[in-house]
Design a protein around this ligand. Structure first.
Ligand SMILES: *Cc1c(COP(=O)(O)O)cnc(C)c1O
Length: 320
């Protein structure tokens, strides 16, 4: 099943590529990029890492002829909803009876985003909810009511995947990323939003001397540390272990951007020939440059940056 699902969805292997930059103080360190943005043309890199084991669990836990009802949550530009809707569409093409309902924060019915357009074309059902309802996305009573509303046939089974796809089984996908690496690294950098990706990387490198540096893409000092720590066993407590989150690169909040960031994204994309966007990878590489030029990394450090993908979202206007 493990390989089969990658074949069905046409997932590629992501390359590990040296990055040559001529930033101040960049000459005595080495930077490599793990190109998870190239895993798939549509399924965003880290969303695949996180969804793979959730989908495997769903597919193996029920008989082939059961109807699968999958529910998940996101905003109008969500890479997670986009990736999941596409996966469900492909599984349907393979003959599985899968239906996907996206619970979307805000009402975009009169003004669809490119992401919502796509998922409608892939057969997803959308339920728009207001912010207050959306806040209940992890409350058991609300989830039960959603389940009973959707489960209108006795031969179906309902699965709820949390916002961002950051459930516990998601962490295994990040172990695969680490197992794939050819090089050895002193630092691994990744963006942090719901914390699942970073937590997976911390778990997967527990036995190594690698330090994981998260770059917060939203305002969340302490809150993000807590989110990540909730995924970790107590021994990985954030006070004493090998990870840290940098909070100076969110540009005012989630999907917030300014002229400097946009210019950086354009120049970096052209120079390095690696496309980045302002919501995740732009803030990540902006942080990388700042940290290198300010001598954050000791000489001879080997740094790996995880390009988590997310380019579909770049089609929209995030500031809405
Ligand atoms: C969702 C997303 C992230 C954030 O990952 P978390 O596991 O939620 O912290 C980073 N990069 C991209 C491209 C994403 O779509």
């Amino acid at each position: 099943m493990n390989e089969e699902i990658e074949n069905v969805l046409n997932i590629a292997h992501s390359p590990e590529q040296p990055l040559h930059v001529d930033w101040v103080n960049s000459s005595d360190i080495s930077v490599t990029v793990k190109r998870d943005d190239l895993l798939h043309a549509i399924i965003s890199g880290n969303k695949w890492r996180k969804l793979k084991y959730a989908l495997l669990e769903i597919l193996t836990s029920s008989e082939v002829n059961k109807r699968l009802e999958i529910i998940s949550f996101g905003g109008g530009f969500s890479n997670h909803i986009h990736a999941l809707a596409y996966c469900c569409h492909q599984l349907k093409k393979q003959g599985r009876t899968v239906s996907f309902t996206a619970i979307i924060r805000g009402d975009y019915s009169a003004n669809l985003t490119p992401m919502l357009d796509d998922i409608i074309s892939w057969g997803a059902k959308i339920e728009y909810v207001d912010r207050l309802t959306y806040k209940k996305r992890n409350d058991q009573a609300y989830l039960d009511s959603l389940k009973s509303k959707l489960i209108n046939r006795s031969d179906s089974k309902v699965f709820i995947i949390p916002e961002g796809g950051s459930q516990h089984s998601a962490l295994l996908g990040l172990t695969e990323l680490i197992d794939e690496l050819n090089g050895e690294y002193d630092y691994i950098l990744c963006p942090v939003a719901s914390g699942g990706t970073m937590a997976g990387l911390i778990r997967a490198t527990e036995q190594l001397a690698t330090k994981i540096v998260g770059v917060a893409v939203l305002k969340g000092r302490d809150y993000l540390e807590q989110l990540v720590a909730e995924f970790l066993p107590p021994a990985c407590d954030f006070n004493n272990s090998n990870w840290t989150i940098e909070h100076d690169f969110h540009f005012g909040g989630y999907a917030k951007k300014n002229h400097d960031l946009i210019k950086f994204c354009q120049e970096f994309s052209a120079d390095a020939k690696i496309v980045i966007e302002p919501v995740y990878s732009g803030k990540l590489f902006f942080a990388l440059k700042h940290l290198i030029t300010h001598n954050y990394f000791p000489s001879d450090s080997r740094i790996l940056v995880i390009h988590t993908g997310g380019l579909q979202g770049a089609r929209g206007d995030y500031s809405k």
